[in-house]
Design a protein around this ligand. Structure first.
Ligand SMILES: Cc1ncc(C[n+]2csc(CCOP(=O)(O)OP(=O)(O)O)c2C)c(N)n1
Length: 308
């Protein structure tokens, strides 16, 4: 009798979501390299597991994303064509092509390219959610570098004072644009949470199930009126800051890539992994073929980008 395949650390649906985001982001960097997209973009390569793990925990909540937000959107909404069309300025984009990569809006989702801006806005939404009493929360994704913005502390102060249902998910990838975290952040994020009396949890795993088990009960406490929470993920940015601007050494990048979830997960069950991987690669290719053939929309209509 054949032995069953060893279990994957992640369930098939989660692995599919992880791989799709990986292929979306990789395709996007290729599109920029080919000159087929204008503006800028910041990929979440290496960090995909964070939004995939959190998405089911945040269904029904208000999410505030940042400049590195494609994974946040893709894990929450089954709308890759809407996101790609938004970025490429084609018909059917989430915001008609005027928001681009960094500025997306849906009724319970808002992203911003302005670092730190989301925190006081999310605190205001959290105040509304507290008053409406339905147990929803406002969650904002920020990077470690964003702790250099004063607006973050104004938001945290009021959230702590009023015990708002606000959660900050910190994606600490060890670098802010080109500045290593230890060159820009005094003390620790845990210490800053403590200064406000805000609950804090650090997450060092990239195991989607483990993250859900650890974070789920913490969110339940926030929903129950326990006050704000900061969850810090110690993660890795595999790609450049935006498109080609990586200041790290080849050795640093090699070390990051060797710790990436992709190869480790594949090693557990290459046959199943490759099957899912190929399907997600093909799905991304189909999304790109669809969107690239659409009419230009929004601000790009009639520009040089329309013909790209
Ligand atoms: C208010 C503001 N200042 C500067 C920038 C330019 N900028 C964009 S991303 C970035 C670094 C962000 O680092 P971090 O918060 O660690 O997030 P990461 O890019 O590592 O995900 C900077 C300085 C900005 N977008 N907004």
């Amino acid at each position: 009798m054949a032995h069953p395949a060893p279990p994957l650390v992640v369930a098939r649906a989660d692995l599919a979501a992880l791989l799709f985001i990986r292929h979306f982001e990789t395709a996007l960097l290729e599109l920029f390299a080919q000159g087929r997209v204008a503006g800028t973009t910041h990929t979440c390569l290496g960090q995909e597991y964070i939004p995939v793990a959190l998405a089911p925990l945040l269904a029904g909540d208000h999410v505030f994303s940042n400049h590195r937000g494609h994974g946040h959107y893709l894990a929450r909404y089954d709308d890759p064509a809407g996101l790609l069309a938004e970025i490429m300025g084609r018909a059917g984009g989430v915001c008609g092509g005027v928001g681009g990569s960094q500025h997306l809006w849906r009724p319970d989702y808002l992203s911003t390219g302005v670092q730190g801006q989301s925190v006081p806005v999310a605190a205001g939404v959290a105040l509304h959610l507290q008053q409406s009493g339905r147990g929803q929360l406002a969650a904002a994704f920020v990077g470690d570098g964003t702790f250099g913005e004063g607006a973050v502390y104004e938001g945290l102060n009021l959230a702590a004072l009023w015990r708002l249902p606000l959660v900050l998910f910190v994606e600490n990838n060890g670098i802010a644009q080109s500045t290593p975290t230890d060159r820009q952040l005094a003390g620790t994020i845990a210490g800053r949470a403590a200064a406000f009396g805000i609950a804090y949890a650090g997450v060092d795993t990239d195991d989607v199930g483990e993250i859900r088990s650890a974070v789920g009960p913490l969110l339940a406490a926030v929903r129950d009126g326990g006050g704000p929470l900061i969850v810090e993920f110690r993660t890795r940015r595999l790609g450049p800051h935006s498109k080609g601007d990586d200041s790290r050494t080849p050795a640093e990048l090699a070390a990051l890539r060797s710790a990436d979830w992709y190869a480790r997960t594949r090693a557990l069950d290459p046959v199943t992994f490759d099957e899912i991987d190929e399907r997600q690669r093909a799905r991304m290719a189909a999304v790109l073929a669809d969107v690239a053939n659409r009419e230009p929309a929004g601000q790009w209509a009639g520009t040089q980008w329309a013909a790209a």
